[in-house]
Design a binder for this molecule. Structure first.
Ligand SMILES: Nc1ncnc2c1ncn2[C@@H]1O[C@H](COP(=O)(O)OP(=O)(O)OP(=O)(O)O)[C@@H](O)[C@H]1O
Ligand SMILES: [Mg+2]
Length: 237
């Protein structure tokens, strides 16, 4: 069987003495958009931090394209091809949109150079209209788009996108949803951590649910859509 692009195997993460992840198992194939769902505090962000090397697993493995990256520092994991967009969407506020993108520019792990500012502005027309604006002046939703765009500028193999819809007005949430759908259709591999299942239904191809630091469900998004028992039990919808 072909190796998945990303495989997390029995990952256990601790913050000090308290264990947060109790053996996360997850596989993502190239081209999938995987919704990582779960309630507040379930362990979605911690799973991303484990993958990105910010909260390295004490036990278990993170394997990218067949190679273990477990325990490597975050910059190396980024260089290996994992693009991470954290919850707090940090931009460089005193720099322009254009400069924020250029800061993120690098070739992918195998020399990929698909993403550049021109391509970004084609796919993110909203940003194209504000190239010279200071990033600190953008709305929350625009900053969310900018951090996603900056991450793509690094030509990653996979993008970890943490709660892109959180705290944003419905109209901008919809715009971000459409953007992610466009990226999916372009073949970008994405894990989308969300509390908001409805946001993911029209976007993701697959779904995994994390609960109390473990993956309790894995299926296609269509399976989840029709699985009332699972939704009731883990997502409170
Ligand atoms: N730095 C930390 N130190 C100690 N405990 C933490 C830390 N960060 C998170 N936790 C705890 O780890 C658990 C999982 O948190 P995590 O942020 O991964 O959840 P989440 O699924 O992303 O939730 P949300 O939907 O609210 O973002 C929570 O109980 C949280 O309180
Ligand atoms: Mg979180």
């Amino acid at each position: 069987m072909a190796e998945p692009l990303l495989r997390i195997e029995a990952a256990e993460v601790f913050y000090g003495a308290s264990q947060i992840l109790f053996g996360i198992d997850l596989e993502v194939e190239k081209g999938q958009t995987m919704a990582l769902l779960g309630r507040n505090g379930a362990g979605k962000s911690t799973t991303f931090k484990a993958i990105a090397g910010i909260a390295p697993p004490k036990r278990g493995q993170v394997i990218l394209a067949g190679k273990a990256v477990t325990g490597q520092p975050p910059y190396r994991i980024a260089k290996a091809g994992i693009g991470y967009v954290p919850e707090d969407r940090q931009v460089f506020p005193e720099h322009t949109v254009d400069d924020n993108l250029i800061v993120g520019a690098k070739k992918g792990p195998c020399g990929e150079d698909y993403w550049n500012t021109k391509r970004i502005y084609d796919v993110f027309p909203l940003l194209a209209g504000m190239k010279t604006r200071m990033a600190g002046r953008l709305s929350g939703g625009e900053q969310q788009m900018l951090t996603l765009a900056r991450t793509l500028m690094g030509n990653p193999d996979i993008v970890l996108l943490d709660e892109p819809s959180e705290g944003l007005a419905p109209i901008i949430v919809q715009a971000i949803g459409e953007l992610i759908r466009t990226l999916r259709n372009m073949g970008v591999t994405i894990i989308l951590a969300e509390q908001n299942m409805h946001f993911c239904l029209g976007i993701a191809t697959h779904a995994a649910i994390v609960d109390k630091g473990q993956i309790v469900y894995r299926a296609t998004i269509d399976d989840l859509r029709h699985n009332e028992a699972i939704k009731q039990r883990y997502l409170a919808v």
